[in-house]
Design a protein around this ligand. Structure first.
Ligand code: GLA
Length: 734
């Protein structure tokens, strides 16, 4: 059977020409969304339904996409809507919808039909496809957006929902994206957690019905579950093998992802803002833009998928993703709330002595009527505490300058303590039920960011700090409480937009901050990893994965985070958590953005010497860790050794971190660890670095190995109970 191409749209030039084009075969328009390796193919049926006819590796010949479905003899789809590209509800559809509405006349039906599509080339690498869909009965439209990042095989998908009816339409569900995937079976990797236990993975075979990943916490949304997940096709993917999709929502509030194994045994994925308690009233003439759902796909396993995603994140998503970062000394665990100018002056000297770039003053520096001497009081009163800091932040910034280090500060601007002047002055700014007892998370409440006055206030906290202290060089933005008793006095009788408007309000504040202070580094913290996603990371340079800094725990946690976020975003501090020696703790923290939160003056001279040397070593290798490709070599969940390699783009310099993660008798690296990503034809030396003072390496750094050898035979870092942490530098011999 031969197909002829008719009505083919003019081909685009360059990379994008392969990326997206549409063509019309037998009166069925085919719209492939292609990236370097993958394709998601939309098809407009004769009745103008828009379906997904293929998701997976792209074909050499686009015209063959039309033949794919004839090769599937799955049970009948009664409505031909199971593969809908954006499933509506209340008409023929029988499964989980992406969108569900109530029209002004009370009618619940919606049926979206293809109207037109358009393709824009944004750059050589990026293109944007829009597909306009319209209901034939109601004047209601949805435009689907597909932003394709060619090289990194990443697609962002969202919808713009427009009400052209005469009355208000209530959106009962309003997802960003709807995927449809065919495979023999599907395996979901999802994450759960709690404070200090972030990113615990679970993998399970997806069974029929719906699996929902969601959060209803409002703020600190990821505390129990982040939106990131993986789906392996046919069999669980490994690091180097198997087909795997990664996805996540760019939204820092309530999200919901439904994974439905449908009656045909195909997987439908629908992701967006959680519609929980949020029927959205869309007034006539208005449109709602949903947040982007990102996904990437690889048929070469999890490692390939995460390297592509990390590269995309650095290039397109994270604020200053290709830039530099500051090493720091934080005082949280060394002082908690108990400090004064004299103590801080000492810590500033220690910052210099240690050799890091910046001192970060944590919680406890503010509030006078209800001084912030514990986590019960003072949030909201952002004036310097006169007892602790009689000369204000300005004198500390100056003192930092005297010590030739930079100065950064902690804020938690979205929050308020019940004991605070802010609460007394503006009880209506606080999220709480008017007639119910207050209920606290970490003894505090959340401010109502749906209220523009609160947005102004939150903005002013940062703006004042910067205005008074222009050389303030770093912000740690914390967010410790979840939302209980969700109620906005500002929204009054109509609370249904509360959760959505909170997040929109937060982004408005962050937009304003970034408009005025575009580059100052900011850490996204939420009592640990309660809030990290690719919407927030557009305003932040890094995030705080967890308050749990026990290095053994961190090896596991950072491993899981690394599937989704590059090392440059991961703030890792050396603290007193855990029982491992300082070298082990520092090595683990080096696999990201290094910081310290220890009492430097209490370090013995050799530990101090080690830290000082380690920071110098780190400064020499950080470009590889931050910008290089990451290869997870030995999984701590599968054996006694964890091993991770960062390799520069030229494949000429790498850093390999190796740890003993099991302290049972005689555990060690028995077998060589296979390296990855090297150039087989190049020759390399492998030298141990970051040694403890006077320690002698057991590795002979003068030997040379081909990349071929290191990738086929491997290298043994000689990790054992006397050498629990070994860092190796790999360098090409030119
Ligand atoms: C949260 C953060 C910590 C610290 C404290 C301060 O728990 O995760 O790093 O900043 O708040 O109260």
């Amino acid at each position: 059977m031969t197909f002829t191409l008719s009505n083919c749209k003019p081909a685009l030039t360059g990379v994008v020409s392969l990326l997206l084009a549409s063509f019309n075969l037998n009166a069925q328009t085919i719209i492939p969304v292609e990236t370097a390796n993958n394709a998601m193919v939309l098809q407009v049926a004769k009745n103008k339904d828009l379906g997904i006819v293929y998701f997976g590796k792209k074909l050499n010949n686009q015209q063959e996409y039309i033949q794919i479905q004839s090769q599937y003899k799955q049970p009948e789809d009664y409505t031909n809507q199971l593969n809908s590209a954006y499933t509506s509800s209340g008409s023929r559809n029988l499964v989980e919808p992406a969108i569900s509405v109530t029209h002004a006349d009370g009618n619940n039906s919606l049926d979206l039909k293809y109207v037109s599509h358009d393709l824009k080339k944004i750059s050589d690498d990026v293109s944007l496809l829009t597909v306009l869909m319209k209901d034939p009965v109601y004047n209601f439209e949805v435009t689907l957006y597909y932003k394709a990042y060619y090289k990194n095989d990443v697609v962002e998908q969202w919808s713009v929902i427009s009400n052209h009816e005469k009355g208000t339409v209530t959106l009962q569900k309003f997802a960003s994206a709807n995927l449809h995937i065919q495979a023999k079976s599907f395996y979901l990797t999802q994450y759960h957690g709690d404070w200090a236990k972030e990113m615990q993975p679970e993998e399970s075979k997806i069974t029929h019905g719906i699996k929902t990943l969601d959060t209803k916490l409002g703020t600190r949304a990821n505390l129990f579950q982040p939106s990131v997940f993986m789906v392996s096709l046919d069999k669980p993917a490994t690091e180097d093998e198997g087909s795997v999709l990664y996805g996540g929502l760019e939204w820092s509030g309530n999200f919901r992802t439904d994974l439905e194994l449908d009656p045909q045994d195909n997987l439908r994925i629908i992701s967006g803002i959680n519609n929980y308690a949020s029927p959205y009233a869309l007034k006539p003439g208005l449109a709602l833009t949903t947040p982007a759902f990102w996904y990437t796909f690889s048929d070469h396993g999890k490692g390939d998928a995460s390297r592509k995603l990390q590269s995309w994140a650095r290039n397109y998503k994270i604020l200053d993703g290709k830039g530099s970062r500051l090493t720091l000394l934080n005082n949280w665990e060394s002082t908690y709330f108990d400090f004064n100018e004299t103590k801080l002056a000492e810590l500033l000297k220690d910052t210099k002595k240690l050799g890091v770039d910046l001192f970060l003053l944590d919680d406890g520096w503010f509030a006078n009527k209800y001084p912030r001497n514990s986590d019960h009081t003072g949030l909201g009163d952002w004036e310097e505490n006169k007892q602790k800091l009689p000369n204000g932040i300005a004198s500390l910034v100056k003192e930092a300058q005297n010590n030739e280090v930079k100065f950064g500060i902690w804020v938690e601007p979205e929050m308020v303590s019940p004991k605070s002047e802010l609460y007394e002055k503006h009880p209506d700014w606080v999220i709480k039920q008017p007639k119910r007892e207050e209920y606290y998370y970490r003894n505090q409440l959340v401010l109502d960011l749906a209220n523009p006055k609160v947005q102004d206030f939150v903005y002013s906290i940062l703006d004042n700090l910067f205005t008074k202290n222009p050389s303030l060089a770093y912000i740690k933005w914390d967010c410790n409480a979840v939302i209980y008793n969700a109620y906005s006095a500002h929204l009054g009788k109509d609370q249904s937009h509360f959760y959505v408007e909170y997040v929109q309000g937060l982004y408005k504040v962050l937009e304003r901050i970034r408009a005025k202070y575009p580059t100052v580094p900011m850490m996204l913290c939420s009592g640990g990893g309660g809030r990290v996603d690719y919407a927030a990371l557009q305003y932040f340079t890094e995030f705080w994965p967890s308050d749990n800094t026990d290095p053994l725990e961190r090896i596991f946690m950072q491993w899981e985070y690394s599937y989704f976020y590059p090392a440059i975003t991961s703030s890792n501090h050396v603290t007193d958590w855990g029982r491992q020696p300082i070298k082990y703790r520092t090595d683990v923290a080096m696999m990201g953005k290094l910081g310290f939160d220890i009492v430097v003056s209490k370090l013995n001279s050799r530990d101090l010497q080690f830290c000082q040397d380690a920071i110098k070593t780190y400064n020499s290798i950080k470009p590889i860790i931050w910008q290089g490709d990451q290869y997870r070599l030995a999984n701590p969940r599968e054996g006694s050794i964890a091993s991770v390699l960062y390799l520069d783009e030229a494949k000429s310099s790498g850093v390999m971190f190796n740890y003993l993660v099991n302290n049972r008798y005689d555990e060690k690296s028995r077998l060589p660890i296979l390296l990855k990503g090297l150039d087989a034809g190049k020759k390399y030396t492998v030298k141990e670095i970051n040694l403890y003072p006077d320690a002698k390496s057991r590795i002979d750094g003068s030997k040379t190995f081909t990349g071929d050898f290191l990738m086929k035979i491997g290298f043994n870092p000689d990790v054992n109970s006397n050498r629990t942490s070994v860092v190796l530098k790999i360098d090409e011999i030119k």
